[in-house]
Design a protein around this ligand. Structure first.
Ligand code: SAH
Ligand code: SF4
Ligand code: F3S
Length: 456
């Protein structure tokens, strides 16, 4: 952390003494934003704010925004309206940050329509939050701290994590891919990788604190660039696997175009790496993929998935799919369904194409009508759901290693854990079982969205 920000943190801390001030953060978007919010929370706690869940109790409200799809904007405006009301009855600082604040039009809109917003910060200026909050309190200034150029990487920000047995570790920032539908490269800047030693130090620290599961994060993790010793993503995975105490390692998102053999080997050779691999497909049609600038064909994707199935026994896949990309025909959409049938994904995150101003695809005139997009979405959902039972049946009478995550939501006597393919399993605990433990169970029953098991 920069020295001057530490000073501001101390100044705000001193100002806040004896006031028992509370903060709340609303995080929208992906796990990278979640991880940023954990750092925001870390800074706020050092400034003597404590967390509250109910926004009505808060003296400081932070919205960490996402702009990957359109509906986020409506939601944000609704939330800002709520805070406006709250501000009528008490002093509340409202700070809005995250990806949406990297869009100039959005910042202008907020400044014009919601002049009571105290701080606007971008994705490259997260570390300046102490200074910005100080200015908002002491000088009652409206602060806008958004820069367009890629931010440097700031190490050593304080962090308050959401869980105490699983943790996310960002390994790289930004994206260079410019998929034609996607706003992320515009709001997160170019790819910047963290020093591998810094990443390993963080993971070792987490292991010491008792964390069991690590998720390595980046928009494109397999284009991670290290140094002479730990050169690339495969090397990094191998090193993270050596950290004692860490039982499980996940990563999101890899890009199929960069899924090299050494990464496949690293997964195959390390049982700690989860056997569910997120492999974003987006579309199953080669022409659409080309227009999306994804840099792989339907066949290349299928060959990659097959190769991984051969080399990593028991591997399953999850994916992201967009329906209704501009110009997509019914026939081209059939290719997406075909890939879904062939790969048999365990989990699909399905999205209706959403036009993002400034991207290449948004300028196209052949946008797919809304109703058609919805018809395709429903078809994809039906296909996926029709396969869930069959996919679950594969687990019956198999032995699965579970990481215990907590109490079952429906039955207080039962605990819940996840397999290394991300399946939720409910089971009756033995004495001494606790959150974060790894146990072996036999799967005895399947239900649509969870399995039941018995400890062996
Ligand atoms: N870097 C990651 C994903 C980042 S965004 C990757 O490449 O996999 C998460 C998902 O949102 C994307 O995979 C994509 O499926 C979806 N998405 C991105 N832009 C979108 C848009 N304009 N409309 C609909 N879905 C979109
Ligand atoms: Fe967006 Fe593509 Fe980058 Fe993922 S890889 S963040 S989809 S541009
Ligand atoms: Fe959204 Fe930004 Fe993530 S746009 S998906 S929060 S990188």
């Amino acid at each position: 952390m920069q020295e001057n920000q530490e000073k501001f943190m101390e100044k705000v801390y001193n100002l806040n003494q004896g006031k028992n001030l509370k903060y709340t953060i609303l995080t929208m978007g992906c796990q990278l934003n979640e991880n940023d919010s954990e750092k925001i929370a870390g800074m706020l706690e050092k400034m003597s704010y404590s967390e509250c869940k109910d926004v009505k109790e808060a003296d400081l409200v932070i919205f960490n925004t996402c702009c990957v799809r359109e509906n986020a904007e409506e939601r944000l405006f609704g939330k800002i309206g709520e805070i406006k009301k709250l501000k009528e009855s008490k002093d509340v600082i409202l700070a809005i940050g995250g990806c949406m604040m990297q869009e100039e039009v959005m910042v202008e809109k907020i400044k014009k329509s919601y002049p009571f917003v105290n701080v606007i910060f971008g994705t490259h200026t997260l570390q300046n939050l102490p200074e910005n909050i100080y200015k908002a309190i002491i000088e009652n200034r409206k602060v806008k701290d958004v820069i367009d150029i890629d931010g440097e990487i700031y190490e050593g920000l304080p962090i308050k994590r959401n869980d105490n047995f699983k943790a996310s570790v960002t390994i790289m920032y930004g994206c260079n891919n410019f998929c034609t539908y996607c706003i992320v490269p515009y709001v997160r800047g170019r790819e910047r990788s963290r020093e591998p030693e810094m990443i390993l130090e963080e993971v070792k620290g987490l292991a010491k604190e008792g964390y069991k599961e690590i998720t390595l994060l980046g928009q494109n993790v397999n284009s991670y660039v290290g140094n002479d010793k730990i050169r690339n993503f495969a090397d990094l995975l191998n090193e993270v696997c050596k950290v004692d105490g860490i039982e499980r390692i996940k990563f999101i998102s890899p890009h199929p175009k960069d899924f090299t053999d050494d990464v496949i080997d690293a997964i195959a050779n390390n049982e700690k790496i989860c056997r569910i691999i997120h492999l974003p497909l987006q579309s199953g049609n080669t022409k659409v993929l080309k227009e999306m600038n994804r840099k792989y064909t339907k066949e290349q994707y299928l060959v990659l998935a097959e190769k991984m199935k051969e080399r990593i026994p028991g591997v399953v896949f999850s994916t992201d799919i967009i329906v209704g990309f501009p110009g997509e025909t019914d026939e081209e959409f059939e290719d997406t369904l075909d890939v879904v049938r062939k790969v048999n994904f365990e989990q699909i995150f399905m999205f209706i194409y959403s036009k993002r101003e400034g991207t290449v695809a948004a300028a196209r005139e052949d946008q797919v009508p809304e109703e058609q997009k919805h018809v395709r979405f429903d078809k994809l959902k039906d296909l996926y759901e029709s396969r869930v039972d069959e996919n679950n049946d594969k687990y019956l009478n198999t032995h699965q290693k579970l990481l215990i995550e907590g109490k079952s939501k429906n039955n207080a006597e039962m605990l819940e854990g996840r397999t290394d393919t991300n399946k939720v399993v409910v089971f009756k605990p033995r004495e001494g079982n606790k959150i974060g433990d790894v146990v072996l169970v036999n799967i005895t029953e399947t239900h649509k969205w969870y399995l039941k098991g018995e400890i062996i």
